[in-house]
Design a protein around this ligand. Structure first.
Ligand code: NAD
Length: 398
């Protein structure tokens, strides 16, 4: 099959296996070049291990700290007519590289919200690893089946008043208005059920009851606060409510982990283009502006730079003890994004940007290239006209 990008709205429905593998190789090289992480974890469970921040965390743990990793994700394998999802190809590539490096790696492709899967993961950990010393929850999901079988969906909507902003068409670069009505109470509640801290707590209870959390175990979950210009749709919207719930869950889990000397932390990460963030209305403009300013300032990072800095400077080793948290107990990896200089420039350009100055005021080219690379397109060294086998096998426990 000759695989080309097929883009509909903010979605690309194809992915290239070779490009996705190169993406993972680059992340592995970055971590290796960075050197070993002092005091890093040795046995890590990553829930949401195949995309943006979760995959980068897995690479950092495995290749920066030699960790055995168990990854949980929900990805689509290829059929004879359709490519696999990017996360399938990237997880398969991670698995190959980890095995080649002699690292333990196991994968679960299934619904992380299900109790059955949680039990199976706990049993595998008990059998193969005994216990884990780190659990990373990095799920971004559009919907969830609740323990009683009902299906709830998350919504990306403002709260209280309508939102009007703009979005940029990924193919044509055309700036288009976008508006959204405020969420109903039901939509807010449902978004908290899907993206809040409830399922993180459930995972930690199952793992704790199964006795597979090592003394001193640390668990993290990722959040985003963002800038004033994105608050109406993000932090003050439905997703922001869900993220507030993570702070509550972190306090609960942290106090429960006290008996084994463990810790639960929410880490505030930088805004980046991932499968999840590409769906957020208005984010394309903010991220295009942000990329330009941060690249010029020399402070731009991708997921792998963020997770490696998180491990090396905020979570493990001597540097971590001095790093501290914010008033809500969160680790701030968005420090460079939210610096006054960066935000002042973004805000100033936000009000001026139009179709004519899009290429000069923003890094929309960089945004578009990140979007293509997310799906394995646009990498040097890949012949995108060649026939490739879309079926890439991967060892799965489930
Ligand atoms: P992503 O879309 O790249 O990855 C999501 C992961 O969740 C994938 O591994 C996917 O397979 C998995 N997943 C989804 N539904 C699942 C299910 N039912 N069962 C098992 N796995 C499932 O998303 P991302 O942007 O890396 O987001 C991860 C976390 O980071 C989220 O909490 C997000 O809010 C947070 N975050 C993202 C950004 C950003 O800019 N992208 C910034 C800060 C924080």
């Amino acid at each position: 099959m000759v695989i080309k990008p097929r883009i509909k709205g903010f979605l690309c429905t194809t992915a290239h296996p070779q490009g996705c593998a190169i993406d993972v190789e680059r992340q592995v090289s970055y971590v290796r070049d960075h050197g070993p992480i002092d005091g890093g974890p040795k046995k890590v469970l990553i829930i949401g291990a195949s995309g943006g921040y979760g995959l980068a965390t897995r690479v950092t743990a495995a290749f920066g700290s030699g960790a055995s990793t168990v990854g949980v994700f929900f990805e689509r394998p290829a059929t004879d007519k359709r490519t696999a999802s990017p996360g399938w190809y990237k997880s398969a590539a991670f698995d190959r590289q980890a095995r080649q490096a002699g690292l333990y790696t196991r994968n679960f492709n299934g619904d992380a919200f299900s109790d059955g899967l949680k039990q199976q993961v706990a049993s595998l950990i008990a059998r193969d690893l005994g216990q884990v010393d780190m659990v990373v929850y990095s799920l971004a999901a559009p919907q969830r089946t609740m323990p009683d079988g009902t299906l709830v969906r998350s919504a990306l909507k403002p709260i209280g008043k309508p939102f009007s902003g703009v979005t940029i068409d990924i193919v044509s670069g055309e700036i288009r208005p976008v508006s959204l009505e405020p969420a109903s109470e039901q939509e807010i509640d449902d978004t908290v059920k899907v993206m809040g801290g409830g399922d993180w707590e459930r995972w930690m209870s199952v793992l704790s009851d199964a006795g597979v959390l090592a003394p001193g175990c640390i668990t993290t979950n990722y959040t985003y606060l963002g800038s004033e210009v994105t608050w109406p749709i993000y932090y003050h919207g439905t997703i922001g409510k869900a993220k507030e719930d993570l702070d509550r869950a972190a306090r609960e889990i942290d106090s429960r982990l006290g008996s084994i000397g463990g810790t639960a932390r929410v880490a505030v990460m930088k805004g980046l283009l991932t499968g999840a963030s590409s769906a957020i209305p208005g984010m394309s403009l903010y991220l295009s502006l942000l990329f330009k300013v941060m690249k010029q300032a020399g402070t731009h990072e991708g997921c792998i730079e963020q997770t490696t800095r998180l491990f090396a400077e905020r979570l493990f080793g001597d540097a971590a003890s001095a790093a501290g948290t914010d008033e809500a107990g969160r680790i701030r990896m968005d420090d460079w994004e939210l610096s006054d200089e960066v935000q002042a420039l973004v805000a100033e350009r936000w009000s001026k940007v139009n179709q004519d100055n899009l290429d000069t005021l923003t890094d929309f080219d960089g945004y578009r290239s990140a979007f293509m690379q997310l799906h394995g397109f646009g990498f040097d060294g890949v012949d995108y006209d060649a026939d490739v086998d879309p079926e890439v096998p991967m060892d799965l426990v489930l």
